[in-house]
Design a protein around this ligand. Structure first.
Ligand code: GDP
Length: 526
């Protein structure tokens, strides 16, 4: 038993969030490098051409020949077991990103020193805030000129509404970059650009150390003054405030040159939370509970085109997973055996023997698993917080060959279960309307219908601008609404009622006209 609890306590499960180009991929690579998961890093070239890959990791795998066939990478670091979950880089897959963020215990926010807080960082931060996810910050690209560090912290504090506690501090930047000062270890780590994992940084202990003056010249006194100022003007690191999502420890460095990463990782494994309790519709499940529980947050088509099956990614929430164990698939109410789950140990891609809370396991899915599905040892639980977002883009599916209607419906339904797109069936006609958050999703769906279901489908414009899930506690009014607003109502693939609006004004008017009806912009899976 202690074994299970010890294993649980040493898990650290996180994802990296950032605006495109801030350095998420480079950072991922360096984290894996420092974690010993890959041997040698290098600039990932030509990857911009692969922008449309569903995952930066896929591109990385192609470019670097490393085995990252999955969206999860596990590696040991300093006595802990770290699980790094990939978040898709392209904004069209942001829905996927949100779901990944439901499966982590903390996040690392990467910010470009020259650009500061960007639009997508703000959005992702909002998502993290829904669950008060603890966040560490890495200010990247210090080898270039950027904003003044003090200004940057101020920007993070005001724009993202979170307190900043600098842990390391840059000594110059761009051509004048000399190193970083660790405020809590009271040491200077001298800058040496490198693409490799280094342990041999030159360090100088103590800010007063005269060696600093010899090495840094006038920059030494500048640093001393600045640190005094920083200490007075910023927040001190407070573990509880960080765990509550109210304060972010800030590290500086350059991912490209592998500098500042080690300090970040050391702080991360020490302070980032071990697996946290997770809410269900009925109660909170603590990670230390003995019975096994888990939920599926992502389904991904196997990248090997020879294999039609898909991989369901399950986050373990409590208990211990053992190979071949029987678990209850709560939604369908059946016990299922899991003979061949995968784990994602970077150096050892063996099939999993056992796994613990915080770990992600990959299940082969032949269609019976959906996003949001909960697995238990028998208890009827449903984990919450894995939302569907109201799509912003809509298309009507049209077949070139009308005889393929059955295949089209089947394909769309399965792709919906994966979360690749959302399907709406108007109650008044036989249209199949697809909803997406980003336009690229339609291309992916069309391609996959062709490859996997042999269906040639086109998507054409449709007069829908926005959608809202509708519910009401007033049954009478709800019935009246269903009749009167029928031309705007559809069922989604899970059979939930949705109001589809041709314009935002129309939606607004409907909301005013029907005060007893609730219009929701997200729907929980399940
Ligand atoms: P992503 O879009 O957030 O995944 O960002 P990438 O990791 O692809 O980085 C975007 C660009 O910034 C690439 O050309 C990287 O080589 C570059 N880059 C990343 N980190 C650094 C850094 O520390 N310094 C400099 N100068 N460039 C960097």
């Amino acid at each position: 038993m202690t074994d299970r609890l010890t294993e649980t306590a040493r898990r650290r499960t996180f994802a990296i969030i950032s605006h495109p180009d801030a350095g998420k991929t480079t950072m991922t690579e360096k984290v894996l490098l420092f974690g010993g998961a890959i041997q040698l890093a290098g600039t990932i070239k030509g990857r911009k051409a692969g922008r449309h890959a569903t995952s930066d990791w896929m591109t990385m795998e192609k470019e670097r020949g490393i085995s990252v066939t999955s969206s999860v990478m596990q590696f040991p670091y300093d006595g802990r077991i770290v699980n790094l979950l990939d978040t898709p880089g392209h904004e069209d897959f942001s829905e996927d990103t949100y779901r990944v963020l439901t499966a982590v215990d903390s996040a690392l926010m990467v910010i470009d020193v020259a650009k500061g807080v960007e639009e997508r960082t703000i959005k992702l931060m909002e998502v993290c805030r829904l669950r008060d996810t603890p966040i560490m910050t890495f200010i990247n690209k210090l080898d270039r000129e950027g904003k003044e560090p003090i200004e940057l912290l101020d920007e993070v504090e005001t724009v993202l509404n979170i307190q900043c506690a600098p842990i390391t501090w840059p000594i110059g930047m761009g051509k004048r970059l000399k190193g970083i000062y660790h405020l809590y270890a009271d040491k200077v780590i001298l800058y040496k650009p490198s693409t490799e994992r280094r342990q041999d940084y030159d360090e100088i202990q103590g800010l007063d150390n005269p060696e600093l003056d010899t090495l840094l010249g006038t920059q030494a006194d500048e640093l001393r003054e600045e640190i005094e100022l920083v200490k007075g003007a910023s927040h001190e690191f407070d573990l509880q405030a960080y765990l509550d999502g109210k304060l972010t420890p800030v590290y500086f460095g350059t991912a490209l040159n592998s500098f500042g990463i080690r300090e970040l990782l050391d702080g991360f494994v020490e302070n980032a939370p071990a697996p946290q309790a997770r809410p269900t519709t009925t109660r909170k499940v603590e990670a230390a509970e003995e019975p096994f529980t888990g939920f599926v947050f992502k389904i991904q088509a196997n990248m090997d085109p020879q294999h039609r099956d898909r991989m369901a990614f399950m986050r373990i929430c409590s208990g211990k997973f053992e190979k071949g164990m029987k678990v209850k698939h709560v939604r369908i109410g059946k016990d299922v055996k899991i003979p061949d789950a995968l784990t994602f140990m970077a150096s050892d891609r063996e099939h999993v023997e056992d796994a613990y809370p915080g770990d992600i396991i990959g299940l082969h899915n032949h269609g019976s698993i959906r996003i949001g599905d909960t697995f238990t040892m028998g208890e009827n639980l449903q984990f919450t917080g894995i939302p569907n977002f109201a799509p912003e883009l809509f298309r009507r599916a049209q077949l070139r060959d009308p005889l393929k209607m059955k295949q089209l419906q089947k394909g769309l339904e399965q792709l919906c279960e994966e979360g690749a797109t959302q399907l709406f069936k108007p109650i008044n006609n036989n249209d199949l309307i697809l909803g997406a958050v980003g336009v690229l999703q339609f291309d992916v769906v069309a391609q996959r219908l062709k490859d996997e279901y042999k269906v040639d489908a086109m998507f054409e414009g449709v007069n829908v601008q926005t959608a809202r899930w509708v519910t009401s506690t007033n049954e009478k009014k709800f019935d009246e609404f269903k009749t009167k607003a029928a031309q705007n109502l559809a069922y989604d693939h899970a059979g939930e009622l949705v109001y589809i609006a041709p314009t935002r004004i129309n939606l607004q008017m409907a909301q005013e006209k029907w005060p007893d009806i609730k219009f929701h912009s997200t729907r929980e899976h399940g």
